[in-house]
Design a protein around this ligand. Structure first.
Ligand code: FCB
Length: 444
């Protein structure tokens, strides 16, 4: 029996993160549903269809969360269900979300609710979505309605999931609806997202002074792939623009280049975040390329196979130390932190146990350095529909056959349950699930 142990603070939140479109099924009234029906958009030609069937029956998965002693769940609300047409509110959908939240309460699972996780009602997409000058007002109305309906059952709100990732996929890379290729639009969309977040922040606090409001910001590590000063510069730009710009805007009220090109909304942005949410998956090696202005003049280079993610993300490195670095760099904001997403696409669960242990050890190390990390949300609970990767990328602690809805627990589910139950990583767990990481995890 080993005796070494990494204990987490009392009351630490252990949970999983999900998103409405990826889990609920039959979200027929949003722009991503329309997009995935069109041939050529999704790599394996699948559609979200029933997804994990959570709209009809989330209970078996929630019961399993209870068995695993998880005490928090991050969900998102599907705007297109709550407001299927402009200013028409669907009371049946609202009641269904209330029933889910009441169920979570009965199970003592604390919800974190995301208000926008990539999908938009069709009617909103038709007027330009996040590029529309109307978006701030539209988002504010929806947020007002949603928070009024659920505030007695939720205090942790996440206004927008990964604003920059959404903007890039939808408006620059053309991989998601509306399939645009315009850097100019990206700048405009980002500006609108900052303003929409800020409006939402104010509305939520007016309705619910005790609420905790933030965003889930995607952080990726960027390291130069060679010795060139230009590659180093590209890595630095990407870090500044993609990782930190949005948070700086809502913390310090700075609308910095390139968003400063657009007329400012009449709002004060500073200090419109009560916590920081970090979605972290890995690190990219970048090499300068004069021919890739849309990618901030950088091309990703394949990672060494010994640290590479499984396909199709081989250009990403597994780098838990980078999560630690980001958490430490967040100290300057002086806000509590949640790891709002972290996980690995690994259908065989070959690398996930080690990944999970090493990333949680990195979180623990940050906590030891007095970084106020309050909770961890593994992405995700059961395999879900991975956007244009369709069903090819399996992030679940639990495997899913989307056709039969059959679930199969992966070893990582037992590992995560044991950690949540003990509120700690023990030497025995490391010996059982990732003995090769023993020294790394218990380093002094
Ligand atoms: C994040 C998204 C989430 C899921 C994971 C794998 O960037 O927020 O919806 O796709 O990646």
């Amino acid at each position: 029996m080993g005796t070494r142990i990494l204990e987490f603070p009392k009351g630490f939140l252990w949970g999983v993160a999900t998103a409405s479109h990826q889990n609920e099924g039959n979200n027929t009234n949003n722009d991503f549903w329309a997009w995935e029906q069109m041939p050529g958009h999704v790599v394996d030609g699948t559609t979200s269809a029933l997804a994990c069937n959570w709209w009809e029956n989330p209970k078996p998965d929630l019961a399993l969360m209870n068995d695993m002693k998880l005490n928090t769940l991050r969900i998102s609300l599907e705007w297109s269900r709550i407001e299927p047409k402009p200013d028409q509110w669907d009371s049946v959908a609202i009641e269904k979300y209330r029933a889910l939240l009441l169920d979570l309460k009965a199970r003592q699972i604390t919800p974190m609710i995301t208000l926008h996780h990539f999908t938009n009602p069709i009617w909103l997409a038709e007027i330009g979505g996040w590029a529309s000058p109307k978006i701030v007002e539209r988002f504010a109305k929806y947020v007002h309605k949603a928070v009024s309906a659920f505030q007695d059952l939720c205090t942790i709100w996440c206004t927008i999931n990964e604003p920059i990732v959404y903007g890039i996929h939808a408006f620059v890379l053309g991989r998601w609806a509306p399939g645009d290729h315009s850097l100019c639009k990206l700048v405009q969309v980002t500006h609108n997202q900052v303003a929409a977040h800020c409006a939402a922040y104010k509305i939520i606090h007016e309705l619910q002074p005790e609420a905790q409001v933030g965003i889930a910001q995607h952080f990726a590590g960027f390291a130069p792939a060679d010795d060139s000063a230009w590659s180093a510069r590209v890595a630095k730009w990407r870090d500044t623009l993609l990782n930190w710009r949005f948070l700086d805007a809502i913390q310090y009220g700075k609308i910095a280049f390139p968003c400063s090109w657009f007329p400012h909304h009449n709002l004060t942005f500073s200090n419109t975040n009560d916590y920081l949410g970090i979605n972290y998956y890995g690190r990219h090696l970048v090499k300068f390329s004069a021919f890739a202005p849309g990618e901030l003049f950088g091309k990703s280079v394949s990672a060494d196979p010994s640290v590479a993610w499984p396909a199709p993300w081989q250009d990403r490195e597994i780098a838990p130390e980078c999560l630690y670095d980001f958490l430490v760099r967040m100290r300057t904001y002086q806000k509590p932190i949640y790891v709002t997403e972290n996980g690995l696409a690994d259908s065989e669960d070959t690398k996930r146990p080690q990944f999970l242990l090493e990333h949680l050890a990195a979180v623990h190390r940050a906590i030891q350095a007095n970084i106020p990390v309050r909770g961890f949300y593994h992405w995700t609970f059961v395999d879900n529909y991975e956007w244009v990767e369709g069903w090819t990328a399996r992030f679940g602690l639990i495997g899913l056959n989307p056709k039969t809805q059959e679930r199969i627990k992966r070893p990582s589910a037992d590992l995560y349950a044991a950690i949540a139950q003990k509120n700690a990583i023990t030497e025995d767990l490391v010996a059982q699930y990732a003995p090769q990481s023993m020294d790394k995890i218990f380093c002094k």
